[in-house]
Design a protein. Structure first.
Length: 75
């Protein structure tokens, strides 16, 4: 199974903001830890220092619009 380690990410989750590492196995989050020793892991590493990770975030402006909806300007 492919694993990815996102290092030093600013994580916004459940009303909290923390800096941590996120280990992803396949398509699921396996672990969130304040520090992960990646030297012994066979993973793809991503340096996310200064970047945000927001699990489950979606853009409601894009995903909840009806197909073919046209915006109109109000006078």
């Amino acid at each position: 199974m492919n694993k990815t380690l996102i290092k030093c990410a600013t994580i916004v989750n459940e009303g909290k903001i923390n800096t941590a590492d996120v280990l992803i196995a396949g398509e699921r989050i396996e672990k969130i830890e304040t520090s992960t020793n990646a030297a012994n892991l066979n993973v793809i590493k991503i340096d996310a220092e200064g970047l945000f990770v927001i699990p489950g975030m979606i853009d409601a402006q894009v995903h909840f619009r009806e197909r073919g909806l046209i915006q109109t300007q109000l006078s």
